[in-house]
Design a protein around this ligand. Structure first.
Ligand code: MIC
Ligand code: SF4
Length: 657
């Protein structure tokens, strides 16, 4: 039987298991990426694992999330990251050089290679045929040490594209349409593989907008075949020799097929406060808009910003509205400037941000209270913009620019403007990519030892899993709880990403401000949640901080993929419960997982009895591979990996092997 592109790449990298859907496989990782707010833990873990050199072909450390450095703690984190990159052999991208996904795509992403990143939007370079997966920081640290990455073999689903995008419809509308149809859970444990005649019509930046936001479907990854467009694009960056042909075999079999006729798309918009809350723009037209932001890792390429710039050529930003452009990379900023578009946009009333995540996680450009913000970003989870009662819509740069011009949500087809279309930049060959002074190479590092400021702490460890797992239900939550709810990423909280005792004080406070105090007082406890618990980001802090506060287990109707893995990595027991059990358990109830839990986990037990208030019982299911069980039993992946080294295991090869 023939193979899909995903299967071809996985087969090339397979070190353990078989490519059977649902089975755990181990793959070799070619490249890793990490960023400032997950990277500090990655390197602290790398240090704790006693590694002394990066073992992957390439590792890249970006500083992109908190580049305004509001606090010396952020700047200390950046200095630490530069020192870690220099000490262990990674590329280092300076603060302000751009968002990891955009800069990685420009500089390092390569078709046919595997990439593992401690950021959930790592799948972005799937648009040029790289199999890229987001994971928790500890998985990155282990992979950097030469260990395999273990993941459940996903279902490979074919998204078959036909037709061409009509005027004013964009790549963003492709992914918004999929979100509308499949929801934020629709891609869990799946790779979406795009094929069909419609692929040809999409440029690389358009493809990467789609693969970037596949994350919002919960997908493990998203990938496109490669073609002349991929090759040309790599050539523009002086990397044409990295091109490889990737197409599915003629007789490749997919688990499912989704048909999407591009010619039927129209401008779409995601309403507050979930990315799958998608409607045609015309349905919400007329709503007043106070703020418009174009950019981010989804739509921050030069080519993404250009249509908005063209639309503003003879127009001004409406006096009632503020418009900000936040480019995805410094290279995009530089190209806009060199081509004269920055000046044009500034003259039209646009304000420019440095190339940073910033506003996407509420760092800068926080919307006014009771106001609408229209963004070309990928997430609009409630409160993520920095204000709790926010009203954030997600859309294409064209729809964003239309709103900036009129001051209200506007279907751009209603404007008396020529459709800007999508045009590739031709400025790259002028040297924007090569010899970038903002990327420090491992061959020429600035530092050769770790520099830790006073805020940089240690990695907390948990004891091996014992027999008793019990405690009070500290919090009962609903469906689709995001990692932004669990451990927020706003300016106040982000300065503590490398200081867990302090960061833990923010745990779940967006749902219940008394949570950290109650958890500390209770000594041990459990969390209860509905469907898709832990969706959104890859941040392992969403497992680490509850663990630090004494949470022992999470009972949820279902889990998001990365968070589920992070719970094992930090020794928390994740159990799936049914709707009836969920309904019956109340906050404050005493929960006990019956019998010797540690022994049960080690023995491969799948169903655990949960006793509530010593009164009634239900079943919780553990879905885990043997390796995950061992990790959980050891108290977490760091301890387990160290044991493996001591015992000569192979999960992470010590650097001096
Ligand atoms: C996000 O978009 O939520 C983030 C901030 O990029 C996170 C990473 C983090 O929490 O540092 C992600 O997507 O993984
Ligand atoms: Fe940064 Fe936002 Fe992209 Fe996350 S989603 S990497 S915060 S721009």
């Amino acid at each position: 039987m023939g193979q899909t592109i995903t299967e071809q790449i996985l087969a090339d990298h397979l070190v353990e298991g078989d490519l059977e859907t649902g089975e755990e496989i181990g793959i070799d990782v070619d490249q890793v990426l990490t960023q400032d707010t997950t990277g500090t833990m990655v390197w602290l873990q790398f240090e704790a694992l006693e590694m002394d050199e990066v073992q992957t072909e390439l590792a890249a450390q970006y500083c992109d999330h908190q580049t305004y450095q509001f606090d010396f703690k952020n700047t200390d984190d950046h200095r630490f990251l530069r020192s870690a990159a220099g000490t262990y052999g990674a590329y280092y991208s300076r603060p302000g050089n751009g968002i990891c996904h955009q800069v990685h795509k420009e500089n390092f992403a390569a078709p046919g290679k595997t990439l593992l990143g401690s950021d959930s939007h790592t799948p972005t370079p799937g648009g040029l045929g790289q199999l890229a997966i987001g994971a928790g920081g500890l998985d990155i640290a282990v992979a950097m040490g030469g260990g395999a990455y273990y993941v459940e073999m996903p279902e490979v689903v074919n998204v078959h594209l036909t037709g061409e995008l009509p005027e004013w419809a964009t790549a963003k509308d492709v992914i918004l349409k999929l979100l509308q149809d499949l929801t934020v859970k629709g891609g869990v444990d799946k790779v979406l593989e795009y094929t069909g005649p419609g692929v040809d019509s999409l440029s690389i930046p358009e493809r990467t907008t789609i693969t970037n936001m596949g994350t919002e479907l919960g997908a493990t990854s998203s990938i496109f075949p490669t073609d002349e467009r991929t090759e040309e694009w790599l050539e523009q960056f002086g990397r044409g020799d990295e091109h490889v042909e990737l197409t599915p075999d003629d007789d490749a079999e997919y688990a499912d097929r989704i048909e999407l006729d591009l010619s039927e798309l129209e401008p779409l918009i995601s309403k507050p406060s979930m990315p799958d809350n998608v409607v045609p723009v015309s349905e919400v037209a007329g709503e007043e808009v106070s703020q418009v932001i174009v950019g981010s890792c989804t739509n921050g390429a030069y080519e993404d910003i250009l249509p908005a710039a063209k639309m503003l050529e003879d127009e001004d930003v409406n006096p009632t509205t503020e418009m900000v452009v936040a480019p995805g990379s410094k290279q995009a900023s530089e190209m806009l400037a060199r081509e004269g578009w920055t000046a044009e946009m500034m003259a039209a009333g646009v304000n420019f941000s440095e190339a940073t995540c910033g506003a996407c996680i509420g760092i800068g450009h926080v919307p006014a209270s009771d106001s609408v913000s229209l963004r070309t970003f990928n997430r609009n989870f409630e409160g993520r913009s920095g204000i709790e009662d926010d009203s954030v819509f997600l859309c294409s740069p064209e729809v964003a620019a239309a709103a900036a011009i009129t001051g209200e949500i506007t279907d751009p087809r209603e404007l008396d403007l020529e459709a800007p279309g999508f045009e590739m930049g031709d400025g790259y060959s002028d040297g924007y990519g090569a010899d970038d002074p903002d990327i420090i190479t491992p061959d020429d590092p600035v530092d050769d030892e770790l520099i830790k400021g006073p805020n940089i702490g240690d990695v907390p460890l948990k004891d091996p899993l014992g027999s008793d797992v019990s405690g009070e239900t500290l919090l009962k939550m609903g469906d689709n709880i995001t990692t932004d709810h669990i451990t927020p990423a706003n300016a106040e909280a982000l300065k503590f990403r490398s200081n867990i005792p302090e960061y833990a004080n923010f745990t779940l406070t967006r749902i219940d401000s008394s949570f950290p105090d109650r958890a500390r007082a209770a000594d041990s406890g459990v969390l209860v949640a509905g469907e898709n618990y832990g969706q959104g980001s890859s941040r392992e802090h969403a497992a680490l901080c509850p663990m630090f506060l004494g949470v022992e287990a999470v009972l949820a109707q279902s889990f998001a993929r990365i968070h589920h893995a992070n719970l094992f990595n930090f020794g928390l027991v994740p159990l799936e419960i049914d709707a009836e059990t969920y309904e019956r358990i109340d906050q404050g109830d005493d929960v006990e997982i019956v019998d010797d839990v540690g022994a049960g986990v080690r023995a491969g037990k799948e169903e655990f009895t949960i006793r509530v208030n010593n009164d009634w019982e239900a079943t919780g299911e553990m879905s885990a591979s043997e390796r995950e069980r061992e990790i959980l039993a050891a108290g977490g992946k760091l301890q387990w990996t160290k044991q493996q080294h001591a015992g000569g295991g192979s999960d992470a090869a010590p650097a001096d092997d």
